[in-house]
Design a protein around this ligand. Sequence first.
Ligand code: FES
Length: 93
Amino acid sequence: MVRFFRGINLLGQAIVQPDVPLAELAETAGVVIPTNCTSGTCGTCMITLLSGEDPLPDELPPGLDEEMVEEQARLGCIGWPSGDVDIDVRPPL
Ligand code: FES
């Protein structure tokens, strides 16, 4: 299950599906994660991983850097969670 939060408010949840990125799972839950390039380049869809695993590719996509990743930033358009995750739909501050 993916749970989408904004702060402490639970906005919605969706069942994890292989090959369906977080941004699309959000849509099925009625939650908006803004997207633009949908390819990991622009950073528009940046969210915060609160718990669980959302593995990153070995080479970081242009929309992320090491510092952001340390703050738990992930990209909704290319995020394929590997199990239950909690997400804040905003980028880390
Ligand atoms: S929409 Fe551009 S990085 Fe996700």
